[in-house]
Structures are given as C-alpha cells and as structure tokens.
Ligand binder design. Sequence first.
Ligand SMILES: [Cu+2]
Length: 245
Amino acid sequence: MIWLLGLTTLVTRQSVFDSDPLVHDQYVRGIQALKASGEYDAFTRSHADASLFYRVHGTAFFLPWHRHFVSVFENSLQTTLQDPSFALPYWDWTYNPKPPSFLGSLLGDNTSHCISDPEWLSAWKPVAGGDCIKRIDNKSHPIPTHQDIEDVYDKTNFSSFSHALENGPHLSIHSRVGGNMGGMASPDDPLFWLHHAFVDKVWCARQQWEGTENQTLRALPLPGTDLVVEDVWDATLLGYTYDYL
Ligand SMILES: [Cu+2]
C-alpha cells in the first residue's frame, strides 16, 4: 500500500447526516469500484492481519493505527473516484443512532440477519465468509450518548483516554451492530469507515487541548507501516480535517 506524505489537498469530513447526497453516491460508487478490483477486501484482510500480528487493539496504537488505516482508505477512494476533494462522511451515533438509509439498517433479516436493502449492499460478499453482510442490532449494547463521549474527554492522559474510547463507545457500536461489524474483519461492513471516522474525530477534538504529552508514544514505529506514530499525529498533514472540532 503506497502512502504519500505532503498531500496538498485538505478535505473536510462531514457528518453523514449533514453531507451532500452526492457524497453518499460517491461513497457507494467508490467502495463498489474498490470491491470489484479486490482493493476493498485487501483493506479488510489487512485489518484482520494487523489485529492478529501487530496488536493494534487494546494498545496505545489503537487510535494512531486506525487513523492511518482510514486515511489510506480515504485516499484510495479519492484515487478511484478521481476526485481529490472527496472526504469520508462520519457517523455520529450520539446524534443519530440509526445509520443513514443508503447504508442499510442496524438489523438484518429476522432469521439470516442478512442486510437485503439497499440492493447494492445485499450483493456485498464479506471476506469473513458467507454470502451477505449481517447485522444483529444487539440491544444489550446501548448506543453511546453524548454524555458517554464527555466522560471519555474527562480522562486526563492519552492512555486512559484511548482505553476509554476504544473499550467504551467504539466497542459498543461494534457490538451493537454485531454480525460482520463484531469481528476482526469488521471493515467487511461499509459502516466500519463511517464509524471509525467518528472515533477519529473524537480523538482529533481532544488533540486540540492535549498539549505536548505522548512524546514517547510519538517516537515509536507505527505497527505494520514504515511510519512512526508522529507521522499520523496531525490529521491535517494526512490531508483531512473535520467540519467542527
Ligand atoms: Cu480495528
């Protein structure tokens, strides 16, 4: 996977509930093209492999590794769409616990849990196996609220913040959606990218006031890449920002 530093275009990720329907069409068109070329499934596999070999969950690498991963994916969409201004929309589940309808509902078919609507999603074959994307809407995992995010912001250092965000709101959504989103091949479900863009936004907002901590972490190699954590510390250097922070 090629990573280019020094990108010139700064794109703005917007809430999927505010963004232009044209962006939603672009997202669907882009991921369908990446799916057809095999690139999409390569992303899913690299997430599953990184989970296995590089401990990118449950460690301080969780946020920086996923920031890089989602950013490289966004760059692939820009290339595929031939639109360097394309930005991933994010799903703020505290604002609206239902995903936007172009990405289907949280609950699949009653018996199979397969997502059959919209049509393009019903034809989406996961690398994890099976013939469909499954979602369970497991109500024993509440959708995180704005207050839950505020509680995460109250953590006073990066490691407790990262831990609280990963194992709290981030994990709650994976577990609530369930099915493909519940496993290590979770990028199989196209909701993954909108979910992780929002998790990254929460980190970005905190970075506004965290100061100079984490010098030790920032000097470490970013697992599974040629980069160090420092290289992904500033999202604007990766070519994106958020509509508000
Ligand atoms: Cu992950």
